[in-house]
Design a protein around this ligand. Sequence first.
Ligand code: FAD
Length: 439
Amino acid sequence: MENRKVVIIGAGIGGLSAGYWLSQRGYDVEIFEALDRPGGRMATIEHKGDKVDVGAQFFHSNYRYAFDLIDAMNLRSRLVEIKGKVKFAFSDGATGVFIPHSFFIQGLGLAKNLKLYRFMLKHIILAHRPPMYRIEEANPEFDDMEALEAFEAPKDLRLRDVISSITLASNMSEPEWMSLYHFIALLRIDMFTHYYSMVGGISMLAEELAKHLSIRYETPVRQLVMDKGRVVGVQLDKDGSVKRAGHVIVAAAARSVGRLLPDELAQQREFFNSITQAPLPMPVFFLDRPVSRDLWAYFNEPGLKRTFSFVEDHLVKCPAMIPSGKGVVSAWSCYPHTLDLVDRPDEEIIKQALSDIEPILPGVSSWVDEARVFWHKEAGMGHYPPGSYRKVLDFKQKARELRGVSFVSDILGGCFMEAAMVSAAEAVRRVCGWGGTAY
Ligand SMILES: Cc1cc2nc3c(=O)[nH]c(=O)nc-3n(C[C@H](O)[C@H](O)[C@H](O)COP(=O)(O)OP(=O)(O)OC[C@H]3O[C@@H](n4cnc5c(N)ncnc54)[C@H](O)[C@@H]3O)c2cc1C
């Protein structure tokens, strides 16, 4: 590329990692970010010295680009493995507990645990395993099916509850909004990796990367600028000025990208607009006491389809982040229930969250020292209803033909930080031929 100026839209982990790799290779990188901070959906809040991740929660042990950058930023010593247990609620009133890496869900019963093992043996261990954190293949049979369709027998009831809890926790969606193909990909990650928190907050990775880059905060981009069928720059929202570049990397969440694309890119606009994604409020409750010594996640009974489906106790998740030693509980709302919250004031969201989590933590409402709502105003998690992988593949194929522009998006690889980075490495490859180091 003759013109070595690269403009990146968005200082989330996708834009930051693309920017870092390119600037290391001598490119003149400028990042425009709408917010006043880096990290996008990686965010941390603080209350009296206690720190809580209110966006991305942990790194899976099989991330490669993320760990490369964690090392480059000297953050490895801050990683702490999450060791707490997870509590499930079943539709028949019983409860179950999952101990990480025990591969046994107590309360589910031997027969159902065996059925889950058989499923993993058939679809993960003995099956063809597609690449991780990038969507390269679609198996129409499973891509067109809902996750729960594989567990339809009436006696599978408790297993269906566990499957639902996995879809809620791993991709923040009800199981009807997840294809079986995506469920298998998630199960492979959930069951076979270790989970790592970062003392100080996951967003530290973004903050450290940002220090190496030229970023203009509170400077949203209005749209891409094209000339003779090629993207040649971006127009800024504030003053309408145009910043020209040899290459533009669009690294905003899918929900925002549609607004940036001119009519010449109508096909790509249609793809991003079709992604199921909603803004996400995250209520956090700082409590006056610890709740448990070893449970870090609790589920509501999935069949009740409450607005808030599960909670995390951040004290158990990563004690080193909560010096007060008191419970800090976040309440998680999943798609499509998230849609009901979009226009509601914080006080109502707090009330709704407390009423929804009271059955799993009886008495919690009277232990609250302070309640806060953190908003992911732009977008929360993207989802993968049946047919999604095919759609992503079609998009990727056509996007390769575009000139002057690359799209970095976690939606192209399963909605993880690592997926955003894999996609960023592909954009860097388009700009300078770098092959990436990790995959
Ligand atoms: C609640 C929650 C929990 C999660 N938990 C995990 C987890 O445990 N592990 C994991 O791996 N992943 C998790 N994820 C997913 C992970 O956070 C994302 O996959 C990843 O952070 C996406 O990074 P990104 O750079 O693609 O997008 P983003 O982080 O969304 O960054 C995009 C940036 O673009 C900016 N922007 C948008 N429009 C414009 C514009 N017009 N002009 C300029 N800037 C613009 C935005 O302000 C934003 O900063 C979670 C996500 C959520 C919401």
